[in-house]
Ligand binder design. Structure first.
Ligand code: FAD
Length: 471
């Protein structure tokens, strides 16, 4: 009888242990995606990007003679209906690790198994299952460096190749049309603009990896912080939706190390930050919505979403050019350079004294590479309340950062049109992407600073010493 393969954030054919195992049985395999409450809960940009990813994945299944069946509703109900419609005896899927997915998967697995169905979950989203990496005393890692030392020598299985044949059923079950899901609905503000900056799908991901390994990995360590350079892999959107598997990256990185590429080890270290984020989320899921460290509950961060500083930050109008460039880059492209993420997050949580959760939520609405674990860890790291965090008193100075990582000002010019006679298209795209309600156009005068860097820094440090210095 057929196997239903339930896809979520694993939209690929290569390096896919679960799907390959299903195809290897020779039984018909029915690829399914369910638009459920988890999809409803996504922010505008990640949902829009998921729509692009689903279209690309459906195309690659079609090209291989198969299909992607789209259903909408409660996953258990939809999977049961599909079992009845197709006579399938099995539902297989790849594991996810956030608490809501774990709870849902446990429920689905138990209910299907009770009904005699072969319900199975597989690894594939991560290099190391979070429960397999332990400290010497049997706990989980709370600090990155020992985590890296613990995993760097682990033998990671090589990626499994694309299945040679995708066995299909003689009759396909009914499917929604992807267009009927309007995955871009919340992107009314400028989905068409953002779409120009997207390159969804597995084929694109593999191509980007090739280019990165051929041309950039060697200089990755030295250039990756340079805001103006295209020095990183640009693979985070693809990793987030599983359009490329982490084992593929790991093995390409290992090959590059063997062939002497200087930056390759550092690339693997960054990839392991993603693993560390998942390790932390699995073992301490409160990282997603509460200060990870105790003692921060009463820290005087503003939680007011109408706070003028927060509003100006979201709209790229803080008057601090590097921060504004970063916020606009994200609004227009769905991505933001990692260094810029740190500077923008530090400015919000320190100079503006706004709660990291507000910033995290805005990123979750705007990032096409949104990932629950990396986003939460990144914010708590910058804010100072997370595991292995930068100390709160390390306040990034956006001007010093700009002088160091955007020395010629090219990054700022690329994203800020105000005060430029002939702004580049990227900077103008911001005005096509934003909602009318922001009442901002290309003739706007340059933003005035919402806070002086010195006053903001002093206020943040005073709040910190009030909270944490022992009398
Ligand atoms: P590369 O430099 O080419 O790195 C390769 C891969 O390693 C990345 O694709 C990513 O999967 C992983 N990686 C690299 N740096 C980190 C890191 N610091 N933390 C975790 N994984 C990392 N990344 C996301 O994928 N989704 C998010 O929602 C997200 N939110 C963030 C929020 C804040 C406040 C901060 C400071 C960082 C956040 N990051 C997030 C991490 C990082 O900024 C991006 O992964 C990176 O910029 C992606 O670009 P790249 O693919 O070219 O990375």
């Amino acid at each position: 009888s057929p196997i239903i393969f339930w896809f979520r954030r694993d939209l690929r054919l290569a390096d896919h242990p679960g799907f390959s195992a299903a195809c290897a049985t020779g039984r018909p395999v029915i690829p399914v995606f369910v638009h459920d409450g988890r999809v409803e809960a996504l922010g505008a940009a990640p949902r829009f990007r998921l729509g692009l990813g689903l279209a690309a994945f459906a195309d690659s299944l079609n090209a291989a003679g198969s299909r992607l069946i789209l259903r909408r509703g409660d996953p258990l109900a939809e999977l049961r209906a599909l079992l009845a419609e197709t006579g399938a005896g099995a539902v297989w899927w790849s594991r996810l690790y956030d608490p809501a997915s774990i709870a849902q998967d446990q429920k689905v697995k138990a209910a299907l198994r009770n009904a005699g169905c072969d319900a199975r979950s597989f690894a594939g989203h991560l290099l190391f299952e979070p429960w397999t990496v332990e400290t010497g005393t049997g706990g989980f890692y709370k600090v990155y460096s020992p985590f890296w030392r613990a995993v760097r020598g682990i033998d990671v299985a090589p990626p499994v190749p694309v299945p040679t044949r995708l066995p299909v059923p003689s009759v396909w079950p009914g499917s929604d049309r992807l267009e009927s899901w309007h995955m871009d609905a919340a992107m009314g503000r400028g989905g068409a603009v953002v779409a120009r900056y997207q390159s969804p799908g597995e084929e694109m991901a593999l191509r980007k990896l090739d280019v990165f390994v051929d041309k950039r990995i060697d200089l990755y360590k030295q250039d990756r912080d340079n805001l103006d350079a295209e020095a990183t892999s640009g693979l985070s959107d693809h990793l987030s939706l599983g359009e490329i598997g982490p084992r593929t990256l790991w093995h390409r990185g290992q090959e590059a190390i063997r062939s002497g590429a200087a930056g390759a080890e550092h690339f693997l270290k960054e990839l392991v930050w993603r693993e560390f984020a998942y390790h932390l989320m699995y073992h301490s899921p409160h990282i997603l919505d509460r200060n990870w460290r105790a003692g921060w509950e009463t820290f005087p961060w503003s939680e007011d979403r109408d706070n003028p500083g927060f509003v100006a930050w979201c709209r790229g109008r803080t008057g601090e050019p590097l921060v504004d460039a970063a916020m606009r880059e994200m609004y227009v492209t769905g991505r933001m350079h990692n260094r810029a993420r740190m500077v923008a997050a530090s400015f919000l949580t320190k100079h503006l004294m706004v709660h990291w959760k507000l910033g995290m939520d805005w990123f979750a609405d705007c990032l096409t590479d949104w990932d629950p674990a990396s986003n939460a860890m990144g914010w708590q790291w910058v804010a100072g309340c997370g595991p292995d965090a930068a100390p709160f008193f390390r306040v990034f100075n956006p001007e010093t950062q700009a002088a160091k990582f955007d020395a010629g000002g090219a990054y700022r010019k690329r994203w800020i049109a105000e005060a430029q006679k002939q702004p580049p298209q990227t900077a103008l795209d911001f005005f096509s992407a934003i909602p009318r309600a922001w009442m901002l156009d290309r003739d706007a005068s340059p933003a005035q600073p919402v806070v002086s860097l010195e006053a903001g820094r002093k206020r943040a440090l005073a709040a910190y010493s009030d909270q944490f210095s022992t009398p």
